[in-house]
Ligand binder design. Structure first.
Ligand SMILES: *Cc1c(COP(=O)(O)O)cnc(C)c1O
Length: 477
C-alpha cells in the first residue's frame, strides 16, 4: 500500500515513512492510494475474529490492509501489546452500552488519560518505538496542548526508547485534573512546559521552532498531531468493533454521531464506511465552534479568526479550522488533487473560506457519503447532562453530551445510533458541577492523582527560551 498527498505531490510513500512525518511536502495530507474494500464474506470473517479473538486481533486484521512494511508477526505483537485489558480497563477495550431506545454509547475513554485519544495514541507510541529502533533513530516530539492531546501523547510515549516529549500548555488554564495528569509524570523522557499565555501562544512557539529548519533537523523535531494517518487508522478499528456489538448480521445498518473538532475521529468513520462497513449516516456534532456544521448545512467552509473562536465548556472541540477536513474534501471531489489544492491553498488563504454550495459535490456529502451534522450549545450541554443523570442515571462528559444532543435530533426509529464517548466526566468536573450541583465520582485509580508531586517548567512565551530548553534536555538520555 502506498500513500499519496491530497494535493497531488508525485512521490508515493510507504506507511512507515509517513508514520514519522507530518504534512506531505506540498502541504497536503497523506491518504492511502485506495480504501481496501471488504466483500461480505470477508467482513463476516472480521466479525468472527472480533468475537472469538478480541479487539487486538481485529485491529491487526484491519491495520494489515494498510501496512505492508512491518512484518505480520511484529504488527500483531504491537496490536496485542497496545490493546490490553490492563491499559483500557476491560477485555472489550471499546465496549458499547445502552443509553436509550435505539441510542447506544461506544466507550472509548477508559484508557490511561480518560479520553478517546488514547485509543490511537497508545498504538502510535508503540509504532514509534518500533520504527525508531529499526532505523536507529531518535525523535523529539514538540507539541502544544490545551489538555487531551498532550496528556494522551505523554502517556503513550512515557518510557519509550528513542522518543522525548516536549509539551507546552497554557499556564494555569487546564483543568486541575488535566494538570495533575500531565505534571505528575516523572519519566525522564517527558518534559512539561507551562507557557505564560494562552493556547495560541503555545502553538505559535511550536510553529516558530518548526519553521527553523536547521534547528528542526538538528534536534529531530517531530509532532503527534491529529493529521497523522496512523492515528486516524487506529480509530477505524472501533467503528467495526461497535458495529459487531450492536448488530447480529452484516445486513444491518447503523449510524454514528461523533463529537467533532478537527474532523479526525469522524474521518475514521468515513474510512470505515468507504471500506464497506454498513454505516447509514455519520453525524458530525459540533459545539458553538460550528465550522463543520456550517459546511454540512450550507456548503461553505469558513475558517474562524481567533476572535471568532469561542472558549466553550466542551473545550477539546474549540477549533478555528478542522485540520483533517481536507482528507474528506479530497474524496468528496472524486479524489481530485488539483481541485483540493486549489481549495485549501490559494482560495482558503486569500479569502479564509471556500464554497461548494453550487457544486454537485456538495449534495454528495449527504447522499453518497452519508454525512449529516448538528450543533450543541452550552445550554444544550447542561440540559443533556441533567436529563441523562435523571433518566438514565449516567453522567456524561460535556463533549459526549454534545454528541447525545445531536444524535437525538437525527435518530431514526429503524436504525441504531451509536454515539462516541470521547472523554469521561471527571476530566471536566466544573461543567458537571454547574449542571448537577455535584462532582462526578473520581475513578479509584485516580484518587490520589491531584496530591502527587508535579514536575513542570514555567516559561514566558519566548522562542529562544524553549529552544534552549530543548538543547539542554536533548543531551540527557
Ligand atoms: C479531541 C477531542 C474531540 C474532537 O476530536 P476530533 O478528532 O478532533 O474531531 C472531542 N472530544 C474530546 C474529549 C477530545 O479530546
Amino acid at each position: 500500500m502506498f500513500y499519496i498527498s491530497t494535493r497531488g505531490h508525485a512521490s508515493k510513500q510507504g506507511f512507515c515513512d509517513i508514520l514519522l512525518e507530518g504534512l506531505a511536502p506540498d502541504g497536503g495530507l497523506y491518504l492511502p492510494e485506495y480504501y481496501p474494500a471488504l466483500e461480505n464474506p470477508q467482513q463476516l470473517g472480521l466479525r468472527q475474529v472480533y468475537e472469538t479473538q478480541g479487539y487486538a486481533h481485529l485491529a491487526f486484521e484491519i491495520l494489515r490492509l494498510y501496512i505492508d512494511d512491518i512484518p505480520s508477526d511484529d504488527l500483531l505483537a504491537l496490536c496485542k501489546k497496545t490493546y490490553t485489558a490492563e491499559i483500557f480497563g476491560s477485555k472489550a477495550i471499546a465496549p458499547v452500552r445502552d443509553f436509550e431506545k435505539n441510542i447506544f454509547i461506544l466507550e472509548l475513554s477508559n484508557g490511561p488519560t480518560l479520553a478517546f485519544k488514547d485509543m490511537a495514541m497508545q498504538l502510535l507510541g508503540n509504532l514509534f518505538e518500533y520504527e525508531l529502533n529499526r532505523r536507529s533513530a531518535e525523535l523529539n516530539i514538540l507539541g502544544a496542548t490545551s489538555g487531551d492531546t498532550g496528556s494522551a501523547a505523554e502517556y503513550a510515549m512515557r518510557g519509550k526508547k528513542g522518543v522525548r516529549v516536549f509539551m507546552t500548555s497554557p499556564h494555569g488554564r487546564m483543568s486541575k485534573f488535566q494538570q495533575a495528569q500531565m505534571f505528575s509524570l516523572q519519566d525522564p523522557n517527558i518534559f512539561n512546559i507551562a507557557v505564560e499565555g494562552v493556547f495560541d501562544d503555545c502553538q505559535d512557539m511550536v510553529k516558530a521552532v518548526s519553521n527553523d529548519l536547521e534547528f528542526k533537523r538538528h534536534y529531530k523535531i517531530g509532532t503527534v498531531n491529529s493529521i497523522n494517518w496512523a492515528r486516524l487508522l487506529a480509530q477505524v478499528v472501533y467503528y467495526f468493533a461497535a458495529y459487531f456489538q450492536v448488530t447480529k448480521s452484516n445486513q444491518e445498518r447503523i449510524s454514528f454521531t461523533v463529537p467533532s473538532g478537527n474532523f479526525g475521529n469522524v474521518c475514521a468513520g468515513h474510512v470505515a464506511r468507504m471500506m464497506g462497513l454498513p454505516i447509514r449516516h455519520l453525524v458530525v456534532a459540533t459545539n458553538e465552534n460550528d465550522v463543520l456544521d456550517e459546511f454540512f448545512r450550507t456548503g461553505i467552509y469558513k475558517v474562524r479568526t481567533s476572535s471568532h473562536t469561542f472558549e466553550t465548556s466542551s473545550p477539546s472541540m474549540d477549533i478555528s479550522k478542522a485540520s483533517n477536513f481536507e482528507r474528506f474534501i479530497f474524496d468528496l471531489t472524486g479524489r481530485n488533487a488539483d481541485k483540493t489544492a486549489q481549495l485549501f491553498g490559494p482560495e482558503l488563504i486569500a479569502k479564509g473560506q471556500f464554497s461548494l454550495a453550487n457544486a454537485s459535490f456538495f449534495t454528495n456529502a449527504a447522499q453518497q457519503f452519508g454525512f449529516q451534522s448538528g450543533k450543541s450549545t452550552h445550554q444544550n450541554r447542561l440540559d443533556t447532562i441533567r436529563a441523562a443523570a435523571a433518566q438514565q442515571g449516567q453522567i456524561l462528559d460535556p463533549h459526549t453530551a454534545d454528541g447525545i444532543k445531536v444524535a437525538q435530533d437525527w435518530a431514526q426509529a429503524d436504525t441504531p445510533m451509536v454515539v462516541l464517548e470521547t472523554a469521561l466526566p471527571i476530566k471536566f468536573e466544573s461543567t458537571i458541577l454547574e449542571a448537577l450541583g455535584r462532582r462526578p465520582d473520581m475513578p479509584p485509580k485516580f484518587a490520589h492523582l491531584e496530591s502527587l508531586p508535579q514536575r513542570v517548567e514555567v516559561m514566558t512565551a519566548d522562542v529562544d527560551r524553549i529552544k534552549h530548553f530543548i538543547e539542554t534536555h536533548c543531551a540527557t538520555p
